[in-house]
Design a binder for this molecule. Sequence first.
Ligand SMILES: Nc1ncnc2c1ncn2[C@@H]1O[C@H](COP(=O)(O)OP(=O)(O)OP(=O)(O)O)[C@@H](O)[C@H]1O
Ligand SMILES: [Mg+2]
Length: 234
Amino acid sequence: MTPLLELENVAKTFAPVEGCANTVLSGIDLEIGASETLAIVGPSGSGKSTLLFLLGTLETPTTGRVLWEGRDLAELSTGRLADFRNREIGFIFQEHHLLPQLSAFENVLVPTLASKAGRDRSLLAQRAEGLLATVGLKDRMAHRPAQLSGGERQRVACVRALINAPRLLLADEPTGSLDRRSADELTDLLLSLNESEGVALVTVTHAPKLAQRMQRGFELLDGSLCEAGRETGT
Ligand SMILES: Nc1ncnc2c1ncn2[C@@H]1O[C@H](COP(=O)(O)OP(=O)(O)OP(=O)(O)O)[C@@H](O)[C@H]1O
Ligand SMILES: [Mg+2]
């Protein structure tokens, strides 16, 4: 079956900021199936965020191809690529990036503003409310980010990433700033959203506990991506 997203021999070299060019990724091959869950681990600076940005089309590869359901995304114009990204891909960033002046509810609806006119605003508002209730924030919808805890802010960021019903959710250290209990709860939440929404999930993490709960695990080291063997069973 054609993968949802595929990286084919992808390399990424950043132009020199000072001194020499920096080759962060080389020869990366990766296939992600619909509804799959993957973890990517690796030392700081190994290129995990860069890889996630390539998967999310926020960065372009220096060489190699990024294919969505077999189609080379380099063929899309900038405008079509932005539409595609807005529709199909949800991001949870290393920092939550919520807008401080908006409520949790309004933050969740931000990604819907970029899409073409004609969408039913009341249906979107219902979906936002329903998802916020699912993540336990029914009573926090009117709160601004500064009036929420760190864990609550990350849950709002999860809902915002899912509002357009994407098929791929990319999370960059989503539990990095959370205590153990909130981190466990957020992991439960990501996996239940993966199940209920059927969204594929790629998580970059330093937390072995989070990584182990994903179906597949990868390590990024010296620019290469290696799949870790997994024991069967639980
Ligand atoms: N836009 C850029 N221009 C130049 N170099 C960059 C750019 N973005 C990242 N880099 C470099 O690429 C390398 C990988 O960065 P990246 O942010 O992908 O690492 P990471 O594995 O996510 O690290 P961390 O665990 O600390 O978040 C770093 O050496 C960084 O300095
Ligand atoms: Mg990073």
